[in-house]
Ligand binder design. Structure first.
Ligand SMILES: CC(C)(COP(=O)(O)OP(=O)(O)OC[C@H]1O[C@@H](n2cnc3c(N)ncnc32)[C@H](O)[C@@H]1OP(=O)(O)O)[C@@H](O)C(=O)NCCC(=O)NCCS
Length: 168
């Protein structure tokens, strides 16, 4: 049955909660993110505050009481020729909260937000990540590419699929 923790855009005041959940995600699901725990563990809190305060880039968070339990990010580029494209990134729901529609609600929040700024939304998903693939394909994303050996973790290779959602 769907439950409804509050879903809202994070602000710079959420920097600590964001960092905590993000580092947890990178630790427990490294194959699902391009960034690694080592890449971000020493990230300065001021940088995170700046990132969370910038718009139109936005990270949406799902809160259960005061705890951040899920998130999904939207990013744009400053490059003129690519301004029509945005990226969905960092989608994660804490394992205690999975299967309650939060991943879908967070991704939908990014999609609705993205509509105001870009024509297409891109995402990358590890090819063997069935829950995330099913989530994105169910929301209308289409696979347009395949990257063999996209990530290597401790000598193990992972393939990625490249997805795109037409927002027009
Ligand atoms: C992928 C993830 C965000 C899904 O979050 P969630 O809150 O459990 O997902 P929801 O409950 O909103 O489910 C939405 C849809 O996703 C798919 N899905 C979710 N969990 C699934 C599972 N275990 N197996 C198959 N499909 C699944 C289904 O299509 C589901 O819709 P349905 O219930 O109507 O069939 C979550 O599993 C997660 O954080 N995984 C680790 C990190 C990750 O893979 N992030 C994505 C990086 S690209």
């Amino acid at each position: 049955m769907p439950i409804s923790p509050l879903i809202r855009p994070l602000t710079s005041e959420d920097a600590k909660s964001f960092q905590h959940l993000r580092l947890h995600a990178l630790k427990v699901a490294p194959e699902n993110f391009g960034s690694s725990h080592e890449d971000e563990v020493d990230r300065n809190l001021d940088d995170i505050k700046k990132m969370l305060g910038a718009r139109p880039n936005t990270v949406f968070g799902a809160f259960a009481e005061d705890d951040l339990v899920g998130m999904a990010g939207f990013a744009t580029t400053t490059k003129t020729k690519q301004k029509h494209k945005g990226v969905l990134w960092g989608v994660f729901v804490h394992s205690d909260w999975r299967g309650h529609d939060l991943g879908r609600q967070l991704t939908l929040a990014v999609i609705e937000h993205a509509r105001q700024y870009v024509d297409t939304l891109h995402a990358t998903v590890m090819a063997a990540n069935l829950p995330a693939r099913k989530l994105y394909l169910g929301l209308g994303f289409e696979i347009f590419g395949f990257e063999k050996d996209a990530l290597r973790i401790g000598g193990q290779s992972f393939d990625d699929e490249l997805l795109r959602l037409d927002l027009r």
